[in-house]
Design a protein around this ligand. Structure first.
Ligand SMILES: [Zn+2]
Length: 146
């Protein structure tokens, strides 16, 4: 299990507003706040944002370069994916892969993909329906999205 993830962000206030919105929807609580950082936690995991130092802020992030491509969070269920998708749209956010939403990750993969203010890709994915039902027969998963 991951302990924590720390992201350097180009504009701490802008990113903190976005991540606070998202993480609270997912049940996280604010953990720490200091001049150059913020953190939120849930179930022993915490996410940290740190202001990128002036010497490095000019080098922008791109997920196709070596390094982090995206961060994926597990939703409670498909309804939560839908709720976050709607909330994202209401705040003017853009859903990535809109033409294939919510199955951009594959037929049995129910998720929403979007970007943080630095264009770090974020995914919120529902557990498979078989897992939600406490079953693992695979049949229902294969039927999804067809
Ligand atoms: Zn993913």
């Amino acid at each position: 299990m991951l302990s924590h993830v720390e992201l350097c962000v180009s504009d701490l206030d802008r990113s903190a507003e976005f991540w606070d919105w998202l993480l609270r929807l997912l049940g996280y609580q604010a953990l720490q706040s200091w001049a150059h950082g913020r953190s939120w936690q849930l179930n022993g995991f915490y996410l940290v944002l740190v202001q990128t130092a002036d010497a490095h802020v000019g080098a922008s992030y791109h997920r196709k370069r070596t390094g982090l491509n995206h961060l994926a969070f597990t939703a409670h269920n498909r309804d939560q994916v839908d709720e976050v998708t709607q909330a994202l749209r209401e705040r003017g956010g853009r859903v990535l892969y809109e033409d294939r939403h919510p199955h951009a990750g594959g037929p049995g993969h129910y998720a929403v993909f979007f970007e943080d203010p630095d264009r770090i890709k974020v995914e919120l994915v529902a557990p498979s329906e078989a897992a939600e039902d406490g079953r693992d027969d695979g049949v229902k998963v294969q039927r999804q999205g067809r």
